[in-house]
Ligand binder design. Structure first.
Ligand SMILES: [Zn+2]
Length: 231
């Protein structure tokens, strides 16, 4: 099949490592690039897609229609790099827009998609396509976000990027919401969010501003947080 992504190519991953992937003639794979806001997920997605274009591979890029921060026709990183992409309303719409000759599929802001995105990515990878998914791994409460945890489980490759904590300068893994809006999806950038490390992260920040905190979804409790299995 034309468009077989895994015919023995070098896959470049950060930290200067090269991973040789040869999974057989008819196998694609799934790569997940995740992390908090301002960790460079979209930049990393664009970097991988640009390398694919240099290799003359056929690339298609999708994003959920809910993300209209900048434009409907591009994914735009925070440093203004642009890539033409197709907004889709629900994940299954991706299937109808992928051509047989497509070799590489990029999906940005994947956390906003429905759970069926996992099946869509699996199907495309099983058809021999390289699927690169970028998204937030956790929401503003630090809870796994949308289809991301299941995508990370089935992916061949997962990269968890870190940002810099705006409070202490350490490595940040959380997206701190600075307003007391309590919907899971509140679109914004530096006006509403900052990256924070685990120690500086405070999901109750809205309360401290003297504003009522009325979550419209269940907040994580101690019992909901999986404990590390020991022994
Ligand atoms: Zn910190």
């Amino acid at each position: 099949m034309e468009g077989n992504a895994a015919d023995g190519r070098l896959l470049e991953i950060p930290q200067g490592e090269l991973m040789f992937i040869n999974q057989g003639r008819h196998s694609g794979w799934i790569e997940v690039v995740c992390g908090p806001m301002f960790s460079g997920k979209t930049e990393e997605l664009i970097r991988r897609l640009r390398l694919s274009l240099i290799a003359k591979q056929k690339v298609r890029i999708f994003k959920p229609m809910t993300d209209n921060r900048y434009s409907e026709e591009h994914i735009v990183s925070h440093d203004d790099q642009k890539f033409v992409c197709t907004p889709v309303a629900v994940s299954k719409d991706i299937m109808g827009k992928v051509k047989d000759h497509t070799q590489v599929i990029g999906i940005d802001e994947a956390q906003f998609f429905d759970e069926k995105l996992v099946d869509v990515c699996q199907t495309l990878a099983n058809r021999g396509m390289r699927v690169i998914v970028a998204g937030l791994d956790q929401d503003y409460l630090g809870v796994p976000f949308g289809p991301m945890p299941n995508l990370m489980a089935v992916a061949e490759s997962v990269l968890k990027l870190k940002a810099i904590c705006m409070v202490c300068g350490g490595l940040a893994s959380k997206s701190q919401r600075l307003t007391n809006e309590n919907a899971q999806v509140v679109i914004g950038a530096k006006d509403r969010y900052e990256a924070r490390c685990r120690a500086c992260f405070d999901p109750d920040l809205g309360n401290e501003n003297g504003l009522p905190f009325e979550p419209d979804r269940q907040k994580p409790t101690r019992q909901d947080i999986p404990r590390q299995i020991s022994g």
